[in-house]
Design a protein around this ligand. Structure first.
Ligand SMILES: [Zn+2]
Ligand SMILES: [Zn+2]
Length: 245
């Protein structure tokens, strides 16, 4: 396989892996307590998130919980209804940062996740984590190919996150009575998170797929962790709300 294609593929796989860890660890485990990970697995996820995305978990959780508290109203950190589709799709990171860098919001919405000594030494230093991630790519692929792989990964991860927040509150099916939408094609790209209407209908469900024909790859990852006894699930049979008419 040509080296460039190989680098693109590695970038693609890295972003997929980051989406799986984001949905399993940041979203389902930390933000909603829908699943519980064994401490060594949670720590491994924390390391992956640090070197693959530079995200600080308690900030991500705070931004996300604020989104659920103010969905598509003033106060929602990244609603396409409030900010318009293009800004949320392509400027999601800028909107995210506004709340993530607000210590009052973070301590209010993520008070169960106070920073610890690991955060002080390692995980609060986003550039160090990303630097380690890039260094690993350079060691494996060399400078030029590492740059391609890192660019593909960063672009897909940022666009995918933007799409969940923007497309997932604008276009798609609304089987449940909330403003979010289901898009199976997006769910295939972002480890199940495209089933966003289902998620808003049942935030504490470990599984995002509910109906026939819906597939949640993030749930498959959770199932593997459960089989290995590395995770437990709060429930996977979401309470259904009546369909929007
Ligand atoms: Zn949402
Ligand atoms: Zn959520």
């Amino acid at each position: 396989m040509p080296a460039v294609l190989e680098a693109v593929l590695i970038g693609l796989l890295t972003s997929q892996f980051a989406f799986v860890v984001t949905t399993v660890y940041l979203h389902r485990a930390l933000a909603h307590r829908a699943i519980t990970l064994k401490p060594p697995i949670a720590f491994a996820c924390r390391v992956v998130i640090w070197i693959a995305t530079g995200t600080r978990p308690r900030q991500w959780v705070a931004v996300h919980r604020k989104h659920h508290a103010y969905t598509d109203k003033e106060g929602d950190p990244h609603s396409p209804v409030v900010f318009g589709y293009p800004l949320v799709q392509f400027g999601n990171a800028i909107l995210y940062r506004k709340v993530a860098r607000n210590p009052v919001a973070v301590s209010r919405y993520a008070r169960d996740l106070p920073g610890d000594r690991w955060d002080k030494v390692l995980f609060d230093h986003a550039l160090l984590g990303l630097g380690i991630g890039v260094a690993i790519l350079v060691a494996v692929l060399g400078w030029e190919m590492a740059l391609i792989a890192a660019t593909v990964h960063a672009s897909l991860y940022l666009l995918g996150g933007g799409a969940i927040n923007a497309i997932g509150h604008k276009w798609g099916k609304r089987p449940h009575d909330n403003l979010a939408t289901n898009n199976q094609w997006l769910a295939w790209c972002v480890a199940g998170e495209g089933l966003h209407n289902n998620h808003h209908a049942a935030t504490t469900s470990g599984r995002l797929s509910m109906a026939k024909g819906e597939f949640d790859p993030g749930w498959w990852a959770v199932r593997v962790l459960v089989l290995l006894r590395w995770a437990t699930v709060r429930h996977d049979k979401p309470v259904r709300k009546p369909a929007r008419v």
